[in-house]
Design a protein around this ligand. Structure first.
Ligand SMILES: Cc1cc2nc3c(=O)[nH]c(=O)nc-3n(C[C@H](O)[C@H](O)[C@H](O)COP(=O)(O)OP(=O)(O)OC[C@H]3O[C@@H](n4cnc5c(N)ncnc54)[C@H](O)[C@@H]3O)c2cc1C
Length: 500
């Protein structure tokens, strides 16, 4: 019998080592505690929450990009309320697109867009649409050709090109059309023109865009800080500054997890939320060359937040604004005062400028001072403040591996890593977002952790089926999607090319 054929038994839960104190790792630890088992959580960083942390600087609290608590999974909803019974607030939801000083509805409505662009620009856009019907782009297999063929070049350049390229860091004609086909739905120019001529039906105003969502009053980090308290109260340990560097294995199973500083932790099972490729590369004895190549092929897009404190006069009702203004690098601006009044101080708000980057690129390598200056200058350039000098303080957070990249090889690479782990390290269980190289939000990251713990106690869930089989669309999203949205199926997500 190979290790893969063995059914996990409760003894697998005897000495569990969890890698990562983000939502997935801490949920696994919490669930183990509820079942009377203890574990050791190894966290590379000095704080909990992973990408869902809330950063605190000088009393200001901000997320790595705002984190809504939204789920269609009742068991996750219940777990959130169990961990934080008294600290959720209902936050009004509003986000719009900023383009040439004007705010457009998001999700984008073609009628609203044409109206807000003004008569002249709307006519140009419609003519451009007619032109593209007569002369469609030759290559429609990429994002640019696909989108321009459906909306005309002008609307494509205004509402699709800039943001998409900022998010992925590659030209839109190198992104495959799959992403556009998946993301851009329910948007018809014909209908929009009809509504423009016969206004009234289907008309939207700001209030119709406002909705509500749950949010811990001190940010998502509050959830994971509280969860850590519960986990340690149940007898488990969370070890900080413990970056896992090597996993010793024997007979198709992991035996000891080693941190970079030499501390070692014997294990009966490992639940891992560290990036899947890195997990495979920590194995000792090492995986064969072709498996290592697949592991190295799993890449990510990184994220940088510049949080700027400004007087309350510059606040706005949106939780965030998508920046489609040409000539600036910032992709979105969060207003943390609109997420929770408890995150900001009297008379001020905190605006978080999101930059989509590659670790080590020019922006990433800039000093914090340079980034704060850049943020203040761009904020003024797009008109959200009158002058860079109104910025009273600034803080920078760099988050590597914020987005798993879905390139043309990623699915095959994931399969290779997964298959190898299943036979050669059968008691190592990948969970979460980077852990499975999948756009899992907090809720699905948590579900993968819960099902994995079930399996340690004898169940046989296919954890890789979470967030694949069910249809999970929070809303019909059109245009300008950010890559944080869970995908309906494994293959329907953005497919972007490998970075050279
Ligand atoms: C900009 C942005 C906005 C988002 N918005 C939302 C939202 O609105 N709602 C929502 O639900 N989700 C949102 N998400 C997704 C959410 O952040 C993730 O789903 C969630 O944090 C994934 O949890 P995780 O535990 O799998 O991974 P992570 O949060 O990545 O945590 C993994 C942990 O493992 C640690 N680690 C990594 N390597 C090692 C190692 N070698 N040794 C030890 N520890 C290690 C890391 O330090 C980290 O703490 C957003 C993500 C981004 C990038």
């Amino acid at each position: 019998m190979t290790a893969a054929d063995e059914s996990p038994t409760p003894s697998d839960a005897a000495q569990v080592v969890i890698i990562g104190a983000g939502p997935a790792g801490l949920t696994a630890a919490h669930e183990l505690g509820k079942r009377g088992a203890t574990c050791t959580v190894l966290e590379a960083d000095t704080v909990v929450g992973g990408i869902s942390r809330t950063v605190e600087r000088d009393g200001w609290r901000f997320d790595i990009g705002g984190h809504r608590f939204f789920t269609k999974v009742p068991e996750v909803e219940a777990r959130w309320k169990e961990i934080l019974p008294d600290d959720f607030i209902r936050t009004p939801r509003l986000s719009r697109i900023l383009y040439r000083g004007k705010l457009f509805d998001y999700p984008l409505k073609a009628g609203n867009a044409l109206k807000s662009l003004g008569v002249l620009e709307a006519i140009r856009c419609l003519l451009s649409y007619v032109w593209v019907r007569l002369r469609p782009p030759r290559d429609q297999t990429n994002f640019e050709g696909w989108t321009a063929s459906r909306f005309g070049w002008r609307l494509y350049r205004i509402f699709f090109k800039t943001y998409t390229e900022k998010v992925w860091g590659v030209p839109a004609d190198q992104i495959t059309a799959d992403w556009a086909a998946q993301r851009i739905k329910n948007l018809s120019l014909t209908k929009a023109v009809w509504r423009a001529i016969f206004p009234g039906r289907g008309k939207t105003d700001i209030t119709s865009l406002i909705d509500e969502f749950d949010y811990p009053k001190l940010g998502p980090g509050q959830m994971w800080e509280r969860c850590t308290e519960l986990v340690t109260a149940a007898g488990s340990e969370v070890v900080f500054d413990a970056a896992v560097a090597r996993i010793e294995r024997d007979g198709g199973r992991a035996t000891t997890v080693h941190a970079a500083d030499g501390r070692s932790f014997p294990c009966s099972a490992v639940i891992s939320s560290m990036p899947l490729g890195e997990l495979v590369l920590t194995m000792d004895p090492p995986a064969p060359a072709e498996v290592q190549a697949a592991a190295k092929g799993l890449t990510h897009r990184d994220h940088l937040l510049v949080a700027l404190v400004v007087p309350e006069a510059f606040t706005f009702p949106d939780n965030w604004i998508y920046v489609h203004e040409p000539g600036v690098l910032v992709g979105r601006v969060q207003n943390f005062g609109s997420w929770s009044p408890h995150m900001v101080k009297e008379g001020r708000t905190c605006l978080g400028l999101e930059y989509f980057v590659f670790e080590g690129d020019e922006l990433w390598a800039s000093s914090d001072e340079e980034l704060v200056d850049l943020g203040a200058e761009e904020l003024a350039r797009i008109g959200l403040v009158t002058d860079p000098s109104v910025v009273e303080a600034g803080y920078v957070t760099r988050m590597s591996k914020a987005y798993p990249t879905y390139d043309e090889h990623y699915a095959a690479n994931v399969d290779v890593c997964r298959a190898w782990l299943a036979t050669e390290a059968a008691n190592v269980h990948p969970v979460g977002r980077n852990g499975m190289h999948r756009y899992n939000n907090q809720d699905h990251s948590m579900v993968t952790a819960l099902r994995t713990v079930d399996n340690l106690f004898g169940d046989h869930h296919d954890v890789w089926a979470v967030n694949v089989e069910e249809e999970y669309h929070e809303e019909t999203r059109v245009l300008t999607e950010v890559p944080t949205v869970p995908t309906g199926t494994g293959r329907s997500a953005p497919i972007i090319p490998r970075r050279d």
